[in-house]
Design a protein around this ligand. Structure first.
Ligand SMILES: Cc1cc2nc3c(=O)[nH]c(=O)nc-3n(C[C@H](O)[C@H](O)[C@H](O)COP(=O)(O)OP(=O)(O)OC[C@H]3O[C@@H](n4cnc5c(N)ncnc54)[C@H](O)[C@@H]3O)c2cc1C
Length: 363
């Protein structure tokens, strides 16, 4: 059996390993347009690679039911055990799982080593441009040559961080091949707001954040917010961006910060006791209540800052094994699908679980 995998990121590399472990006789080739596999892994979790989360997974994804069904195919213990076998020993910070080295480089190197041990064929600097099917076999067309396969798996990621190879070209290719595409947009992204935040740019605050859509509370979370020149950032805001992405109409979305949750009857002249003087001055200048600072959503930041992309190949295009409903022996895994999760290891966990699903399905 000849299997071609398009993309040597988290899902593509893990899929190649699991395919060879389960079926040593398979001939597995990974195509990667970069000069090295797994480049994006190197920047995950601030260079530490938060590859799993031991907490609740329900409510953490856009297509939540679908994502959780796929996650069931790779229990977290199995993922962590497999990584341990490859030499990636886990450590936990709260519910977040990292390599004990706290270095994403360990994950990259150990996965590369395992791929080599298993004899996976790696074709670097090879950009997949198109594919066609004739006489029961697929032909993959790259910038260098054509290759024949029995099975194709697209693991080419989304549109976020194009500087690391994910330019979204495969999403457009799949649109041309007749697949339904949920329109991509940046997610896990800082947000631009209509108000001017320049004067408090660089300040960080611990606060309670509410997302208000059409005057109704839609989501809330406590955390740290970082003010930028023209907007807001911080993990809690990145999580808000995934929620905003799920709204069809984004015209009346507000992010409201409570900078002094649990403290009551604070007078304006006391603001400096609760927040940095620069922020206190900003609140007074704009006549804002310390418990209710409202910012109007304007836009997401660009793909080159966003950690993932929302949208991609519609989950309705695949069956439970992630095989295309339109084309037999063609599969999709990872962020290329319309699945995006919140901060905390959920996206890598989906990438690995989707790869495990396909590795077990190909016989
Ligand atoms: C800054 C940052 C921090 C992050 N931190 C975390 C974190 O801590 N935890 C977490 O769970 N998630 C994190 N993520 C998200 C996570 O990295 C992705 O969701 C995950 O890597 C998706 O895996 P994937 O295999 O689908 O795609 P990717 O890992 O993006 O891999 C896709 C690969 O396909 C290649 N490719 C694309 N098109 C072609 C083509 N035409 N031909 C050949 N190759 C192609 C690309 O070059 C790329 O190497 C982070 C992302 C970023 C950008």
């Amino acid at each position: 059996m000849r299997i071609g995998i398009v993309g040597g990121g988290a899902s593509g590399a893990y899929l190649a390993i699991r395919l060879k472990e389960l079926n040593p006789s398979f001939n597995v080739t990974v195509f990667e347009r970069n000069d090295r596999l797994l480049k994006k892994i190197s920047v995950t979790g601030n260079g530490r690679c938060n590859y799993a989360n031991l907490g609740e997974t329900k409510g953490k994804y856009n297509n939540d039911e679908f994502a959780n069904r796929i996650l069931d195919n790779l229990p977290r213990k199995d993922l962590i055990d497999n990584f341990e076998r490859y030499g990636i020993h886990p450590t936990k910070i709260d519910n977040l799982v990292y390599p004990v080295s706290l270095s994403a480089q360990t994950v990259m190197m150990m996965l590369e080593k395992r791929l080599e041990q298993l004899g996976v064929i790696i074709r670097l600097n090879e950009d997949v441009l198109d594919y066609k099917k004739d006489h029961k076999q697929y032909t993959l067309i790259t910038n260098k040559q054509t290759h024949a396969f029995d099975v194709l798996v697209f693991a080419s990621g989304g549109k976020a961080y194009p500087q690391l190879g994910t330019n979204g070209a495969i999403i457009e290719l799949m649109r041309q091949h007749g697949y339904l595409i949920e329109e991509p947009s940046p997610s896990l992204s800082p947000i631009k707001v209509k108000e001017n935040t320049k004067k408090i740019s660089g300040q960080r605050v611990k606060c309670s954040v509410s997302l208000i859509n059409n005057n109704k509370l839609f989501y809330e979370e406590d955390g740290e917010v970082l003010f930028k020149d023209d907007g807001l950032s911080g993990i809690v805001i990145l999580n808000m961006s995934t929620k905003i992405n799920s709204l069809k109409d984004k015209n009346n979305v507000k992010v409201v910060l409570d900078l002094a949750k649990g403290y009551n009857n604070i007078k304006k002249e006391e603001y400096e006791q609760y927040v940095h003087p620069k922020i206190a001055a900003y609140l007074i200048e704009h006549n804002l209540d310390i418990h209710q600072i409202s910012f109007s959503f304007k836009a997401f930041y660009d793909y080159n800052i966003a950690e993932v992309s929302h949208g991609g190949i519609s989950v309705n295009e695949v069956n439970n094994n992630l095989e295309s409903k339109k084309e037999k022996d063609l599969y999709f895994v990872g962020e290329l699908l319309d699945v995006d999760g919140m901060c905390g290891g959920y996206n890598l966990m989906f990438a690995f679980a989707s790869a495990e699903t396909v590795a077990k399905a190909i016989k």
